[in-house]
Design a protein around this ligand. Sequence first.
Ligand SMILES: Nc1nc2c(ncn2[C@@H]2O[C@H](COP(=O)(O)OP(=O)(O)OP(=O)(O)O)[C@@H](O)[C@H]2O)c(=O)[nH]1
Ligand SMILES: [Mg+2]
Length: 293
Amino acid sequence: MGGVISCFNADRIPTWRTLDWGKKNEQLEWLKSYHLGSGDPKHLRVLLCGPSGSGKSSFINSVASTCQNQYTEPAEVGTGIGTFTLKYKTHRIQRDGPGGQHYPFVFNDLMGLEEERGILLEDIKLAMKGHVREDYKFDQEQALDDSNDSYIKKPTLNDKAHILVFVVAVDFFEVAGPKIIQKMAEVKLAARDLGIRTMAILTKIDEKSSPLVKKDLKYVYSSKFIKNAVENLSQNVGFPVSCIFPLKNYHAENGLKDEVDILILSALRKIIDLGNYCENDSNVELMTKQPTT
Ligand SMILES: Nc1nc2c(ncn2[C@@H]2O[C@H](COP(=O)(O)OP(=O)(O)OP(=O)(O)O)[C@@H](O)[C@H]2O)c(=O)[nH]1
Ligand SMILES: [Mg+2]
């Protein structure tokens, strides 16, 4: 018992980011009232990239559960047997129940980055620019090119990505090799050159984290372990600390939990805020009708 308490104390630091844990419904209301204007783009396209198995597909499922205020059975999530994401697919989330409208943001999950193999930088650039057609199966040996039917020759504002979100497990820097870190830095620079904002989420804080956070997610911003992980990502790949969001995905529960939702909603709010200011599409900012709350 004493050992557990001293372990908690050793990890505990002054809270470095405040989060209003009681404001889930307000955040959901904000989200429901968030609209883009008529015309194009019809949605913000959020591209997810990061190491294989980091929780990219789970994040999409989790956002769907949180936004619909209803636990959604995970689909296409890694079990280790043929569930790695290989195909480029657009995921939409229903806002008004079956048959109703969708939220004006969509997610695309890229094939994972790996130390030696994994998705090619060129394919990530093509996805950011909107050249990759739905259902394209990524090839680790060869990038998509304009001779392929899956290459969109003239991407519209709806095909282009508005924000690139890196998805990284919280213990990433304990296991990562130099090449994958270098690849992430290259992807980030490529996004910058295309005028696409980037941010990061740190997943698996319930599993690969300190006992303090495993016990109660509300300690997330009072944990030295998490702060170190955020700073490592910030220094090695170049994100401002304000653009890194630790969270836990839904993966093995039967229903929603407020603290999981709040962490997901705070990351989603940042995704939308940054996506709205995408430089490759100056219309987005002008057309966005921001709710006042
Ligand atoms: N404990 C815990 N497990 C998670 C979390 N996020 C994802 N997982 C698990 O991690 C494994 C990989 O998750 P995926 O969502 O398939 O990861 P991915 O990044 O899409 O993987 P690839 O498509 O192979 O690149 C699955 O078993 C998930 O259930 C999390 O926040 N906490
Ligand atoms: Mg996946």
